[in-house]
Design a binder for this molecule. Structure first.
Ligand SMILES: [Zn+2]
Length: 376
Protein backbone atom coordinates (compact mmCIF):
# COMPACT_ATOMS: atom_id res chain seq x y z
CA UNK A 1 0.00 0.00 0.00
CA UNK A 2 2.78 2.42 0.90
CA UNK A 3 4.78 1.68 -2.25
CA UNK A 4 1.65 2.03 -4.33
CA UNK A 5 0.88 5.39 -2.73
CA UNK A 6 4.44 6.50 -3.42
CA UNK A 7 3.96 5.66 -7.10
CA UNK A 8 0.77 7.72 -7.18
CA UNK A 9 2.47 10.65 -5.47
CA UNK A 10 5.30 10.54 -8.02
CA UNK A 11 2.79 11.23 -10.79
CA UNK A 12 2.37 15.01 -11.12
CA UNK A 13 -1.37 14.95 -11.59
CA UNK A 14 -2.07 18.64 -11.26
CA UNK A 15 -5.77 19.35 -11.64
CA UNK A 16 -7.42 18.63 -14.05
CA UNK A 17 -4.87 16.04 -15.31
CA UNK A 18 -4.66 12.42 -14.24
CA UNK A 19 -1.30 11.77 -15.98
CA UNK A 20 -1.48 8.01 -15.54
CA UNK A 21 -2.75 7.44 -12.00
CA UNK A 22 -5.78 5.68 -13.47
CA UNK A 23 -3.49 3.19 -15.28
CA UNK A 24 -2.04 2.04 -11.95
CA UNK A 25 -5.44 1.99 -10.23
CA UNK A 26 -7.17 0.21 -13.12
CA UNK A 27 -4.48 -2.44 -13.06
CA UNK A 28 -5.31 -3.19 -9.41
CA UNK A 29 -9.05 -3.22 -10.02
CA UNK A 30 -8.77 -5.48 -13.09
CA UNK A 31 -6.93 -8.04 -10.97
CA UNK A 32 -10.11 -8.21 -8.89
CA UNK A 33 -12.19 -8.53 -12.11
CA UNK A 34 -13.74 -5.09 -11.93
CA UNK A 35 -15.24 -3.85 -15.18
CA UNK A 36 -13.27 -0.65 -15.82
CA UNK A 37 -14.47 2.18 -18.02
CA UNK A 38 -12.60 5.35 -18.92
CA UNK A 39 -14.96 8.17 -19.57
CA UNK A 40 -13.49 11.30 -21.06
CA UNK A 41 -15.63 14.33 -20.57
CA UNK A 42 -14.65 17.84 -21.68
CA UNK A 43 -11.05 16.58 -22.01
CA UNK A 44 -11.01 15.40 -18.40
CA UNK A 45 -10.24 11.73 -17.73
CA UNK A 46 -12.38 9.73 -15.36
CA UNK A 47 -12.51 6.13 -14.22
CA UNK A 48 -15.65 4.20 -13.39
CA UNK A 49 -15.12 0.61 -12.29
CA UNK A 50 -17.84 -1.76 -11.17
CA UNK A 51 -18.05 -5.25 -9.74
CA UNK A 52 -21.02 -7.55 -9.23
CA UNK A 53 -24.48 -7.83 -10.68
CA UNK A 54 -26.82 -8.13 -7.73
CA UNK A 55 -27.73 -6.12 -4.68
CA UNK A 56 -27.32 -2.52 -3.65
CA UNK A 57 -24.64 -0.40 -5.27
CA UNK A 58 -21.91 0.82 -2.92
CA UNK A 59 -19.49 3.34 -4.41
CA UNK A 60 -16.11 4.69 -3.33
CA UNK A 61 -15.79 8.24 -4.67
CA UNK A 62 -12.54 10.11 -5.07
CA UNK A 63 -10.15 12.10 -7.20
CA UNK A 64 -6.58 11.70 -8.45
CA UNK A 65 -5.90 15.37 -9.21
CA UNK A 66 -3.98 17.56 -6.81
CA UNK A 67 -3.63 21.29 -6.22
CA UNK A 68 -0.42 23.15 -7.19
CA UNK A 69 2.60 22.76 -4.91
CA UNK A 70 3.36 26.41 -4.26
CA UNK A 71 7.07 27.33 -4.10
CA UNK A 72 8.90 23.99 -4.32
CA UNK A 73 11.95 25.31 -2.45
CA UNK A 74 9.78 25.75 0.64
CA UNK A 75 9.03 22.02 0.81
CA UNK A 76 11.20 19.96 3.18
CA UNK A 77 11.15 17.18 0.55
CA UNK A 78 10.22 17.44 -3.13
CA UNK A 79 6.41 17.47 -3.39
CA UNK A 80 6.26 14.66 -5.98
CA UNK A 81 8.79 12.36 -4.32
CA UNK A 82 6.67 10.54 -1.76
CA UNK A 83 9.67 10.84 0.55
CA UNK A 84 9.35 8.84 3.75
CA UNK A 85 10.84 10.05 7.01
CA UNK A 86 10.03 7.94 10.04
CA UNK A 87 6.25 7.50 10.12
CA UNK A 88 5.59 10.35 7.66
CA UNK A 89 5.22 10.33 3.91
CA UNK A 90 5.52 13.75 2.31
CA UNK A 91 3.96 14.74 -0.97
CA UNK A 92 1.22 16.66 -2.72
CA UNK A 93 -1.86 14.43 -2.63
CA UNK A 94 -0.80 12.17 0.25
CA UNK A 95 -3.76 13.41 2.33
CA UNK A 96 -5.96 14.88 -0.43
CA UNK A 97 -6.58 12.24 -1.55
CA UNK A 98 -4.30 9.61 -3.03
CA UNK A 99 -3.73 8.15 0.44
CA UNK A 100 -7.34 7.10 0.84
CA UNK A 101 -7.39 5.65 -2.70
CA UNK A 102 -4.37 3.47 -1.86
CA UNK A 103 -6.00 2.44 1.42
CA UNK A 104 -9.30 1.60 -0.25
CA UNK A 105 -7.63 -0.55 -2.93
CA UNK A 106 -5.87 -2.56 -0.24
CA UNK A 107 -9.10 -2.94 1.70
CA UNK A 108 -10.76 -4.29 -1.47
CA UNK A 109 -7.98 -6.88 -1.85
CA UNK A 110 -8.50 -8.02 1.74
CA UNK A 111 -12.25 -8.06 1.49
CA UNK A 112 -12.30 -10.04 -1.77
CA UNK A 113 -9.94 -12.59 -0.24
CA UNK A 114 -11.97 -13.14 2.92
CA UNK A 115 -15.43 -12.81 1.29
CA UNK A 116 -15.40 -14.56 -2.08
CA UNK A 117 -19.17 -14.25 -2.27
CA UNK A 118 -20.90 -11.07 -1.17
CA UNK A 119 -24.31 -9.61 -1.69
CA UNK A 120 -23.83 -6.07 -2.92
CA UNK A 121 -22.27 -4.36 -5.91
CA UNK A 122 -19.14 -2.23 -5.61
CA UNK A 123 -18.13 0.75 -7.74
CA UNK A 124 -15.04 2.92 -7.71
CA UNK A 125 -15.65 6.34 -9.25
CA UNK A 126 -12.65 8.60 -9.68
CA UNK A 127 -12.30 11.92 -11.42
CA UNK A 128 -9.24 13.99 -12.22
CA UNK A 129 -11.06 17.29 -11.92
CA UNK A 130 -12.26 17.66 -8.36
CA UNK A 131 -9.96 20.47 -7.32
CA UNK A 132 -10.58 22.55 -10.44
CA UNK A 133 -13.68 24.29 -11.70
CA UNK A 134 -16.61 22.15 -10.65
CA UNK A 135 -18.74 23.35 -13.57
CA UNK A 136 -16.72 20.86 -15.63
CA UNK A 137 -17.81 18.27 -13.08
CA UNK A 138 -17.80 14.79 -14.46
CA UNK A 139 -19.43 13.42 -11.36
CA UNK A 140 -22.46 15.58 -12.03
CA UNK A 141 -22.62 14.30 -15.58
CA UNK A 142 -22.33 10.63 -14.68
CA UNK A 143 -25.00 11.07 -12.02
CA UNK A 144 -27.36 12.63 -14.56
CA UNK A 145 -26.60 9.79 -16.99
CA UNK A 146 -27.39 7.25 -14.26
CA UNK A 147 -30.67 8.98 -13.38
CA UNK A 148 -31.60 8.87 -17.09
CA UNK A 149 -31.32 5.06 -17.15
CA UNK A 150 -32.86 4.55 -13.68
CA UNK A 151 -29.53 3.53 -12.16
CA UNK A 152 -28.63 4.61 -8.67
CA UNK A 153 -25.73 4.62 -6.24
CA UNK A 154 -27.33 3.47 -2.98
CA UNK A 155 -24.40 4.06 -0.65
CA UNK A 156 -21.36 6.24 -1.20
CA UNK A 157 -18.13 6.52 0.76
CA UNK A 158 -16.13 9.63 -0.10
CA UNK A 159 -12.43 9.40 0.74
CA UNK A 160 -11.88 13.12 1.30
CA UNK A 161 -9.68 14.06 4.28
CA UNK A 162 -12.26 14.58 7.04
CA UNK A 163 -10.22 13.67 10.12
CA UNK A 164 -8.85 16.31 12.48
CA UNK A 165 -6.47 14.91 15.12
CA UNK A 166 -6.85 11.16 14.71
CA UNK A 167 -8.03 8.98 11.84
CA UNK A 168 -11.82 8.69 11.93
CA UNK A 169 -12.39 11.26 14.69
CA UNK A 170 -14.57 13.25 12.29
CA UNK A 171 -16.94 11.95 9.63
CA UNK A 172 -19.06 14.07 7.33
CA UNK A 173 -22.63 13.01 6.84
CA UNK A 174 -23.67 16.22 5.15
CA UNK A 175 -22.45 19.36 3.49
CA UNK A 176 -23.97 22.82 3.27
CA UNK A 177 -25.46 24.03 0.01
CA UNK A 178 -24.11 27.05 -1.84
CA UNK A 179 -26.47 29.45 -3.61
CA UNK A 180 -25.07 32.60 -5.17
CA UNK A 181 -26.72 35.56 -6.83
CA UNK A 182 -25.97 38.71 -8.68
CA UNK A 183 -28.50 41.47 -8.08
CA UNK A 184 -29.04 44.64 -10.04
CA UNK A 185 -31.08 47.26 -8.17
CA UNK A 186 -32.69 49.63 -10.68
CA UNK A 187 -33.27 53.29 -9.91
CA UNK A 188 -33.48 56.51 -11.84
CA UNK A 189 -30.37 58.47 -12.65
CA UNK A 190 -30.39 62.27 -12.30
CA UNK A 191 -28.89 65.47 -10.92
CA UNK A 192 -28.04 65.15 -7.23
CA UNK A 193 -29.65 68.57 -6.55
CA UNK A 194 -33.11 67.42 -7.74
CA UNK A 195 -34.15 64.59 -5.37
CA UNK A 196 -37.71 64.73 -6.68
CA UNK A 197 -36.45 63.62 -10.10
CA UNK A 198 -34.29 60.65 -9.07
CA UNK A 199 -34.67 57.23 -7.50
CA UNK A 200 -31.42 56.38 -5.76
CA UNK A 201 -30.64 52.63 -6.00
CA UNK A 202 -28.05 52.97 -3.20
CA UNK A 203 -30.79 53.93 -0.76
CA UNK A 204 -33.06 51.11 -1.97
CA UNK A 205 -30.22 48.62 -1.65
CA UNK A 206 -29.36 49.89 1.86
CA UNK A 207 -32.90 49.21 3.05
CA UNK A 208 -32.75 45.73 1.57
CA UNK A 209 -29.29 45.00 2.99
CA UNK A 210 -30.43 45.84 6.53
CA UNK A 211 -33.35 43.45 6.20
CA UNK A 212 -31.23 40.74 4.59
CA UNK A 213 -28.59 41.04 7.30
CA UNK A 214 -31.19 40.74 10.08
CA UNK A 215 -33.17 37.88 8.58
CA UNK A 216 -32.89 34.52 10.33
CA UNK A 217 -33.14 32.14 7.38
CA UNK A 218 -33.28 29.09 9.63
CA UNK A 219 -31.79 27.90 12.92
CA UNK A 220 -29.83 25.02 11.52
CA UNK A 221 -30.14 21.65 13.22
CA UNK A 222 -28.10 19.14 15.16
CA UNK A 223 -25.75 18.61 12.23
CA UNK A 224 -25.88 21.95 10.38
CA UNK A 225 -25.04 25.49 11.45
CA UNK A 226 -27.77 28.04 10.64
CA UNK A 227 -27.85 29.25 7.04
CA UNK A 228 -25.56 32.23 6.51
CA UNK A 229 -25.99 35.10 4.06
CA UNK A 230 -23.00 37.16 2.92
CA UNK A 231 -22.37 39.95 0.42
CA UNK A 232 -19.05 39.76 -1.42
CA UNK A 233 -19.18 42.71 -3.83
CA UNK A 234 -21.18 45.87 -4.22
CA UNK A 235 -20.83 48.53 -6.88
CA UNK A 236 -22.64 51.68 -7.89
CA UNK A 237 -21.93 55.23 -9.03
CA UNK A 238 -21.18 56.92 -12.33
CA UNK A 239 -17.94 58.47 -11.14
CA UNK A 240 -19.40 61.98 -11.21
CA UNK A 241 -20.02 63.53 -7.81
CA UNK A 242 -23.19 65.35 -8.81
CA UNK A 243 -25.01 62.41 -10.36
CA UNK A 244 -27.29 59.94 -8.60
CA UNK A 245 -26.60 56.59 -10.31
CA UNK A 246 -29.25 54.62 -12.13
CA UNK A 247 -28.31 51.20 -10.81
CA UNK A 248 -26.38 49.20 -8.22
CA UNK A 249 -24.84 45.77 -8.55
CA UNK A 250 -24.29 43.32 -5.74
CA UNK A 251 -22.92 39.75 -5.50
CA UNK A 252 -23.99 37.61 -2.58
CA UNK A 253 -23.96 34.01 -1.39
CA UNK A 254 -25.93 31.73 0.89
CA UNK A 255 -24.23 28.76 2.60
CA UNK A 256 -27.33 26.93 3.58
CA UNK A 257 -28.40 24.12 5.84
CA UNK A 258 -30.92 21.42 5.04
CA UNK A 259 -33.54 23.45 6.95
CA UNK A 260 -33.71 25.74 3.91
CA UNK A 261 -33.86 25.04 0.20
CA UNK A 262 -32.94 26.90 -2.94
CA UNK A 263 -36.65 27.69 -3.42
CA UNK A 264 -37.34 28.98 0.10
CA UNK A 265 -34.26 31.20 0.05
CA UNK A 266 -35.05 32.65 -3.36
CA UNK A 267 -38.67 33.28 -2.33
CA UNK A 268 -37.72 34.97 0.95
CA UNK A 269 -34.97 37.03 -0.64
CA UNK A 270 -37.17 38.32 -3.44
CA UNK A 271 -40.09 38.93 -1.03
CA UNK A 272 -37.89 41.41 0.85
CA UNK A 273 -37.15 43.33 -2.36
CA UNK A 274 -40.81 43.33 -3.37
CA UNK A 275 -41.97 44.49 0.06
CA UNK A 276 -39.61 47.46 -0.25
CA UNK A 277 -40.95 48.18 -3.77
CA UNK A 278 -37.49 47.75 -5.22
CA UNK A 279 -37.16 47.30 -8.96
CA UNK A 280 -34.48 44.72 -9.72
CA UNK A 281 -32.99 42.12 -12.00
CA UNK A 282 -31.44 39.01 -10.52
CA UNK A 283 -29.38 36.02 -11.63
CA UNK A 284 -29.30 33.04 -9.32
CA UNK A 285 -26.62 30.36 -9.45
CA UNK A 286 -26.85 27.18 -7.45
CA UNK A 287 -23.32 25.83 -7.10
CA UNK A 288 -23.97 23.04 -4.64
CA UNK A 289 -26.97 21.27 -3.18
CA UNK A 290 -26.77 20.53 0.53
CA UNK A 291 -27.10 16.99 1.62
CA UNK A 292 -27.68 15.19 4.86
CA UNK A 293 -27.54 11.44 5.16
CA UNK A 294 -30.44 10.50 7.38
CA UNK A 295 -30.67 6.79 6.65
CA UNK A 296 -28.53 4.66 8.90
CA UNK A 297 -27.24 1.80 6.77
CA UNK A 298 -23.84 3.17 5.79
CA UNK A 299 -23.59 5.62 8.70
CA UNK A 300 -24.05 2.87 11.30
CA UNK A 301 -21.54 0.59 9.64
CA UNK A 302 -18.94 3.38 9.41
CA UNK A 303 -19.39 4.42 13.06
CA UNK A 304 -19.15 0.81 14.26
CA UNK A 305 -16.03 0.15 12.18
CA UNK A 306 -14.29 3.27 13.50
CA UNK A 307 -15.18 2.30 17.06
CA UNK A 308 -13.99 -1.26 16.55
CA UNK A 309 -10.67 -0.38 14.93
CA UNK A 310 -9.76 2.75 16.92
CA UNK A 311 -11.67 2.50 20.19
CA UNK A 312 -13.23 5.96 19.88
CA UNK A 313 -16.43 7.32 18.36
CA UNK A 314 -16.41 9.78 15.46
CA UNK A 315 -18.02 13.20 15.49
CA UNK A 316 -20.71 13.24 12.79
CA UNK A 317 -20.87 16.66 11.16
CA UNK A 318 -21.40 18.76 8.03
CA UNK A 319 -18.35 20.98 8.31
CA UNK A 320 -16.13 22.17 5.47
CA UNK A 321 -16.77 23.50 1.99
CA UNK A 322 -18.52 21.61 -0.76
CA UNK A 323 -17.39 18.20 -2.03
CA UNK A 324 -18.26 15.98 -4.98
CA UNK A 325 -20.69 14.28 -2.59
CA UNK A 326 -23.12 17.06 -3.48
CA UNK A 327 -23.53 15.68 -7.02
CA UNK A 328 -24.22 12.16 -5.77
CA UNK A 329 -26.77 13.42 -3.23
CA UNK A 330 -29.46 14.08 -5.80
CA UNK A 331 -29.88 10.32 -6.32
CA UNK A 332 -31.02 10.04 -2.71
CA UNK A 333 -27.77 8.24 -1.93
CA UNK A 334 -26.57 7.62 1.64
CA UNK A 335 -23.26 9.49 1.69
CA UNK A 336 -20.54 9.32 4.31
CA UNK A 337 -17.15 11.03 3.95
CA UNK A 338 -14.21 9.51 5.78
CA UNK A 339 -10.54 9.99 5.03
CA UNK A 340 -7.13 11.10 6.35
CA UNK A 341 -6.30 14.09 8.53
CA UNK A 342 -6.97 17.41 6.81
CA UNK A 343 -4.32 19.30 8.79
CA UNK A 344 -1.84 19.73 5.90
CA UNK A 345 -4.05 19.57 2.80
CA UNK A 346 -3.31 22.12 0.08
CA UNK A 347 -0.30 23.27 2.17
CA UNK A 348 3.47 23.24 1.78
CA UNK A 349 4.77 19.91 3.17
CA UNK A 350 1.46 18.04 2.84
CA UNK A 351 2.03 14.66 4.48
CA UNK A 352 0.37 11.61 5.92
CA UNK A 353 1.20 9.37 8.86
CA UNK A 354 1.87 5.91 7.52
CA UNK A 355 0.62 4.20 10.68
CA UNK A 356 -2.65 6.11 10.35
CA UNK A 357 -3.05 5.10 6.72
CA UNK A 358 -2.92 1.47 7.85
CA UNK A 359 -5.62 2.30 10.41
CA UNK A 360 -7.72 3.87 7.65
CA UNK A 361 -7.25 0.77 5.51
CA UNK A 362 -8.40 -1.41 8.42
CA UNK A 363 -11.47 0.78 8.90
CA UNK A 364 -12.31 0.60 5.18
CA UNK A 365 -11.96 -3.21 5.21
CA UNK A 366 -14.22 -3.42 8.24
CA UNK A 367 -16.78 -1.17 6.53
CA UNK A 368 -16.92 -3.56 3.54
CA UNK A 369 -17.39 -6.51 5.89
CA UNK A 370 -20.02 -4.60 7.87
CA UNK A 371 -21.94 -3.74 4.71
CA UNK A 372 -21.96 -7.38 3.71
CA UNK A 373 -23.77 -8.19 6.97
CA UNK A 374 -25.99 -5.10 6.94
CA UNK A 375 -27.14 -5.58 3.35
CA UNK A 376 -27.62 -9.35 3.66
ZN1 LIG B 1 -9.93 16.38 -2.13
Amino acid sequence: MIEFLQKLIQIESLSPRDEGCFDLIEDRLQKLSFDCKRINYLNVENLYATFGSKGKLFCFLGHTDVVPTGPIEKWSHPPFSGHIEGDLMYGRGTADMKGSIAAFLDSLDEFFLSNPDFNFRIAVLLTSNEEGDSSDGFIDKIVNDMIDVDEKIDLCLVGEPTSYLKIGDSVRIGRRGSLGGSLKVLGKQGHIAYPENVNNPIFSASDAIVELKNTVWDNGNAIFQPTSFQISNIHSGTGAKNVVPGELEMFFNFRYSTESSQETLIDEFEAILKKLNIEYEIDWKLSGLPYLTEKDNLKDVVVKSIEKITGYSPDLNAKGGTSDGRFIAKMGTEIVELGPLNETIHQIDEHIKISELWTLKNIYTDILKGLNKKLA
